[in-house]
Design a protein around this ligand. Sequence first.
Ligand code: FES
Length: 157
Amino acid sequence: MRRRIVWASVVGFFAATAMATARFFLPRSIFEPSSVFRIGFPSDYALGVDTKFQQQQRIWVVKNTERLFVIYARCTHLGCTPDWKASENKFKCPCHGSGYDSEGVNFEGPAPRPMDRAAVEIDAEGQIVVNTGKLYKWENGTPAPGEFDEEGAYLPV
Ligand code: FES
């Protein structure tokens, strides 16, 4: 009986070691949402900032009288996700206090530049397709408005 227990312990030890080794070498998959997705029709959006995709896709949809564009919700200081403060009409980063206006342009705190904008286009059905894998930037020190006027950075409305 004692011999069986010793053998079971030895086999168990080697099995656990083999499983831990296999797990170390096998890739771990992490769920990441697709970077290309549809967000409905331009007419679905009122003027102003729409936050309904913030949790799911980390974006805000902004519509003004001329354009619809999508801000990628990542602070340009160290990457936290700012909050939209509707009562103050600004985005505020909870990490170090950077503030951005309603179009994502920085005006206070340590953020060095405006937040990036995701590529947008209209598909065959007329829906807005967002691609957060392609971002338009306004780099620090470059003339206004950086890449924000490029085709694909916004949709005319
Ligand atoms: S990460 Fe936003 S202010 Fe530092």
